[in-house]
Design a protein around this ligand. Structure first.
Ligand code: ATP
Ligand code: LTN
Length: 333
């Protein structure tokens, strides 16, 4: 291996990827692929913490892979694989479960949120979700984990578990750091802009899916909730401005322009003009991704070959960590 630092990240194939997933995570991954050794996975094992239709997981796993590549991830430079293809994730997760406290898992926002939304199925996997995520990252001795803001609490618990384990057994795990994008780390719902944009939102008008038709995307942006003040201004922390703040962040993230300069350009103009331009910018950002995606998704064999090669290399790298961990805890290796 060369001396490049290691990056690990992934997305769950639990729904159609949103503009939030793209701007918060995947867009950032593309920028990192030359400078780092990047490993990106489809986190299928995490999706079954919530009840799913099996055929949907299978189809979406390929969709997510095709989207990664359509967004600009180069399979020649990056390791791309399906989480369940490398058994080391489940193996390390078991060990780490025994070094994680119930109390710290109980405090996780995502657990509280998802268990209230799925009250009929609060399973043990949903509870230990962050432990599997810690295993994903620690297996590869990752230095950095590029994610959106909502995942930072999971990165924190991963660091705590790694430090706890290292304190007992010596330097086994690299303690990773989260990496947030400069803009786009927290794209909000278009309908309730104080909530994050989420692919599992029951109201499809709340999110932009990368799979939406271009005219639907434009419509969703034009009907985004704003306020009655009529002033295009970014006011951090002002909940009444959450809708406008969000549209400004989206515009900034898709065009690469500074928020202040966008706000200045629209000062004195109405929301209608502004939304029309945001809609156009978002459509122009997604259109080429969609075209490339449509081409890739029809070539199943190509996608299968990529994840077979990726799984082999992922298994090879992670075996080193598994061996070390098993030896340290006292298993016969
Ligand atoms: P779900 O709704 O099923 O929990 P999700 O839409 O939150 O899914 P994930 O698969 O959990 O998506 O997240 C994938 C990546 O996208 C993570 O790095 C996450 O931080 C990022 N992400 C998700 N939603 C947003 C958002 N609204 N803004 C910025 N980044 C986001
Ligand atoms: N929980 C993450 C998906 C995920 C992940 C990971 C991200 C699972 N394992 C490891 C980064 C590193 C989410 O985005 N919901």
């Amino acid at each position: 291996m060369d001396d490049k630092k290691i990056i690990f990240s992934g997305v769950q194939p639990s729904g159609n990827l949103t503009l939030g997933n793209y701007l918060g995570a995947i867009k950032n991954w593309v920028k990192l692929q030359d400078e780092y050794n990047c490993i990106y996975a489809m986190m299928d094992m995490h999706t079954i913490t919530v009840r799913q239709t099996p055929a949907d997981i299978r189809r979406r796993t390929f969709e997510v892979l095709a989207l990664y590549i359509a967004c600009g991830i180069d399979p020649e430079k990056v390791t791309l694989f399906i989480q369940s293809h490398n058994p080391a994730h489940a193996e390390l997760a078991w060990v780490l479960n025994c070094y994680t406290y119930m109390g710290e898992l109980q405090r996780m926002t995502q657990f509280k949120d998802k268990s209230s939304r799925h009250a009929e199925n609060i399973n043990a996997g949903l509870f230990t979700y962050p432990v599997l995520m810690a295993a994903d990252i620690l297996l590869y001795q990752a230095d950095f984990v590029p994610v959106g803001k909502d995942q930072m609490q999971h990165i924190e618990i991963c660091r705590d578990i790694a430090e706890r384990f290292n304190a007992i057994y010596g330097d086994v795990f690299k303690v990773p750091e989260g990496m947030l994008p400069k803009v786009g780390a927290n794209i909000m719902s278009l309908q309730e802009p104080t909530k994050k944009m989420s692919k599992s939102d029951e109201n499809p008008k709340a999110y932009i899916s990368l799979m939406d038709d271009m005219n639907i995307i434009a419509k969703k942006i034009k009907s985004a909730v704003t306020d009655s003040e009529g002033v295009i201004e970014y006011r951090e922390g002002d909940e009444t401005k959450a809708g406008v703040n969000n549209l400004l962040s989206i515009m900034s993230a898709v065009t690469g322009r500074e928020i202040d300069s966008i706000a200045a350009e629209y000062s004195g103009k109405g929301y209608g003009d502004f939304k029309g331009d945001v809609a156009e910018a978002v459509v122009e950002c997604i259109r080429p991704i969609r075209q490339e995606y449509d081409r890739l998704i029809s070539d199943k064999q190509y996608l299968l070959d990529i994840c077979a090669k990726g799984a082999e290399s992922a298994a090879r790298i992670s075996q080193r960590t598994i061996k070390k961990v098993y030896k340290k805890v006292g298993f016969v290796v």
